[in-house]
Write a protein that binds this ligand. Structure first.
Ligand SMILES: [Zn+2]
Length: 341
């Protein structure tokens, strides 16, 4: 019974007297830390994670040694492994203590018991349908609108870090925890191409020595979705043969009455370092949060080993190369100007 996983509204009232979804979501986490041993342990562990910071010219990357993330970072996501396990995002398989806030009839908001963020949520669809952004981008924007006061909503593509590629889900984490949440304006002003600029929509391509990505900003949801669609189609044009969507990670914000999407196109799921033997092996499997500037190493030896040069090398392998970025940029600019004329 689906209703059985819904949190009893009264039991979270004591954590917040506000009825906004952002506050209810925060209250759910407090409730789970008190009532669910696994969540309590997970958030306790977070107090002791080690962090080191690498400064680049106009941005920083934090590296977090977080042993709680070993399962997620090393998850086997091939078809056979996925079909052999019970789906941990299906509501009927949730641990008894885990409770959800339903988001309309579509999603469940759940406290993530293996946090990266001081407040971290997993937001699966109620139905077991595959991970894909097509058809779900509006849901992502709606979620940002409703919980964006405190949280950044993010999406990992089925081949880009989603540990359940068979079950559609977003995640959300405390806003301004990822460096990019506050750095993006500077990144735009330092090295970007403006691809579209109207009263209602702005699209940029941004590049630096670590990442190449796109940003769309708009206060009009329909126009933002249209802009996203253009980017999606251009990314798809080079991946038309693929069975799945173009590889990407997405961050979504709602701030100052505007939505903002940051889209990181990808070429690879995991860098070579992930598969190397012995001393050269580094367990770092980049996904949205890593692209947002918080790289997760679940093993201490990798945390110690990581240098700025290794980070650059890892991102070089999993990001799109500069020539592909330039191609996307030109194609997008052409598409946008032809659709406006
Ligand atoms: Zn499922």
């Amino acid at each position: 019974m689906l209703n059985k996983v819904f949190v009893d509204e009264k039991s979270i009232d004591k954590y917040s007297d506000s009825k906004t979804l952002a506050d209810r979501t925060r209250a759910l986490l407090k409730y789970q830390i008190e009532t669910w041993e696994l969540a309590r342990q997970g958030y306790n562990l977070l107090d002791s994670v080690e962090v080191k910071i690498f400064e680049f010219d106009d941005f920083e990357i934090k590296v977090q040694f977080n042993p709680g993330r070993i399962v997620s970072s090393s998850a086997k996501v091939d078809k056979d492994s996925i079909s052999a396990r019970p789906c941990f995002l299906c509501y009927k398989n949730l641990p008894e203590e885990q409770k959800a806030i339903p988001y309309f009839r579509d999603y469940l908001i759940l406290a993530n018991p293996y946090p990266i963020f001081p407040e971290h949520f997993t937001i699966p669809k109620i139905d077991h349908v595959k991970q894909q952004i097509e058809g779900n981008i509006e849901g992502m924007l709606n979620l940002s609108y409703d919980i964006g006061k405190y949280y950044t909503v993010f999406y990992n593509g089925p081949q880009c870090g989603a540990s359940a590629p068979d079950h559609m889900h977003f995640q959300a984490g405390l806003k301004n925890f990822m460096p990019i949440d506050t750095e993006y304006k500077k990144l735009i002003s330092d090295n970007s191409d403006i691809l579209q600029e109207t009263d209602e929509v702005r699209i940029w391509g941004v590049k630096n020595n670590l990442r190449r990505f796109f940003i769309i900003e708009s206060s009009n949801k329909k126009k933002l979705i249209k802009g996203f669609r253009k980017i999606y189609d251009v990314l798809h044009s080079l991946n038309a043969h693929s069975e799945t969507e173009p590889m990407m990670n997405i961050l979504s914000y709602y701030d100052d009455k505007k939505w903002k999407l940051i889209i990181f196109p990808r070429t690879k799921h995991r860098p070579d370092h992930f598969f190397r033997e012995g001393d050269k092996n580094i367990l770092l499997s980049p996904a949205a949060v890593d692209f947002g500037g918080v790289c997760i190493t679940p093993r201490e030896q990798d945390f110690n080993k990581l240098t700025k040069d290794i980070l650059i090398e890892i991102f070089r392998q999993v990001s799109i190369p500069e020539e592909i970025y330039e191609y996307y940029n030109k194609t997008l600019m052409r598409e946008i100007s032809s659709s406006q004329s």
